[in-house]
Design a protein around this ligand. Sequence first.
Ligand code: IVH
Length: 717
Amino acid sequence: MVENPAERAAELRSQIEHHNRRYFEDDAPEIPDPEYDLLVRELRRLEAEDPDLITPDSPTQKVGGAPSGAFSPVTHRVPMMSLDNAMDMDELRGWGERLVRRLDQGEDAAPIGYVCELKIDGLAISITYEQGRYVQAATRGDGRVGEDVTANIATLADLPTELGPDAPDLLEVRGEVYLPIARFEQLNEEAEAAGRPRYVNPRNTAAGSLRQKDPAMTAARGLTIWCYQVGALEGGPTFSTHSESLEWLAGLGFPVNPEIRTLDTLDEVYEHCVHWREHRHDLAYEIDGVVVKVDDLAWRDVLGATSKAPRWAIAYKFPPEERTTLLRAIEVSVGRTGRATPYAVLEPVFVGGSTVGMATLHNEDQVALKDVRPGDTVVVRKAGDVIPEVVGPVLAQRPEGSEPWTFPERCSCPLEAPFVRLDDESDTFCTEVECPNQQYARIEHFCSRGAMDIEGFGEQRVRQFVDLGLIGDVADVYSIDLDKVLELEGYGEVSVRNLAAAIEASKDRPLANLLVGLNIRHLGGTGSQLLARAFGDLDRLMAASEEEIAEVDGIGPIIAQSVAAFFRKDRNREVIERLKAAGVNIVGPAAPSLPQTLAGMSVVVTGTLENFTRDQVEEAITGRGGKSPNSVSKKTTAVVVGDSPGASKVTKATDAGVPMIDEAAFVTLLETGELPPTPDDELPDDEPDGRPPDEHVPDDQAPAGVAADGDPTGDAD
Ligand code: IVH
């Protein structure tokens, strides 16, 4: 990189501070934790190379070297492993058969003995006591290193602070911190009364509560815990079964869930799983499955673990949740490119961890295929953080005389523009560029996080300002008459000043953000970054031909055509002139904004990673100069294997001799451009559980940022 280190350090400081605010104050992180760590590490490295670069207010200089307000890292004594999943009886039986084979006890063997526990939907936590005194609590983190949340966990009323005379020298106990449903609902009532947005689900709220800088805030949220496992233990009793260890924990005063059963056969285990699948909502807290563990600890040692999960346990995961509710209406929303998407307006229903009031119906054909009609009782499905889906109608409950739904002929906006559907397309469009519905969506998108990131300029404000004629297009955002805003109800000096500052700050966003904000069809975040990097400034990009744009690595013909067509239009050029006149930055990064560690490499990702969404993975790779294709070939540098990987990619990688790495090695690769020496797939079979395997342990949690409850249309155009 040709960048000046002082400038880079300043840039890093401002980025880190921005992300600290997003994470600690807004509880709304924008980037995955490992990406944040890379920024901090890069700043530390620059400062170490040239101590003159250290400023007193550098995020590296606050509280013991940890970033401002950040929780310091804690290395787990025993890694916190994940669990393999079984989705049905066959998979559960398959697991049982593998156990029998590995234990090899012959015909007359005693029954294996399974402990079935509820799989609590919260956050794994490790809590350490020394000489009976509470000393530390840490989150799971990447399984090897978590975050120190000692002060926050100390506020959990149910957790003992002293273990009494029978305490061992050292005890590390594991459990799941969660928010009871009643408390979650109460917090939402309080939020609504205060005009704040609702919390999405108990699990996310628990996570946010644990990350409060001020422990008093954590205490006020009402978190609690179920303990389910002894981690490290020194100077204490020895146990021959897991159930004994749980009884012992309960005896010391730890909250141990009462719904724990020891069962002898897998049929009984399955029956138990089915019972809880049907009765999960009888509980005061959320569960997402049943964890089945081999009770005999000696057998656990024999079974050992893979690099990811112990072989002696499995999680039976509940299938996506389904609920029925009333379909009040089918409405059509018009997105920023004019795409008209039908969506279901539902009688709100709590399903899969959050309240669903709307669900996309995608397009005309989908509505016809499902034949859902207003007034129908419909089945709604949602799994964890997944987008809610209308499965279909309950025909037995269809009201008499109902008619199939038909797509409206005209847009609901005052212009009542006709909707158009081309013969070979499934989407319907409103073709009137002046359509206010499109205007709202375009301006909202321009102000949103991935684009110009204007804080406080959300959906409501955009609609209000457009309706009042204060803004008509994205460039008007910079000439908005603030005196007029001040006259509006609900706006005071302070809020108008904040709005002005947020608008001003947005002028300095990188060129890629501006490109995202311009609403060019088919052009998303990754493409915008590639174009900004390749052309360096907006004028050069605007002057480029379609062919020149298509020459940029990673930009396909459809995007190239769309970008060139966009800049040819006089109306768009005029908007850009006004943006320039307002002082909006149009210059791209002179040098890549990230170290180009992956230049020339091609990294394929399969399965779900714990800390990156799909888009973030792609950005992390391409932002560092690498390629992120969808399929594996001999040229692939490495395949990153997450949870539930695609079988064909894994097979291809094995056949082509392409190294397969886990998420931790991927983060190292991003940082250094180097692969681990020799990936070690499995622990030796005689490795007793409890001894740290040599690898990072990915979790099976859903990736961050997938929930899309707020967007009824799923409009990604
Ligand atoms: S045992 C090595 N027991 O599920 C075994 N985990 O998918 C470690 N969880 O990270 C976990 N309830 O956060 C265990 N009764 C229970 C659990 C439980 C919830 C979570 C835990 C873990 C995840 C694995």
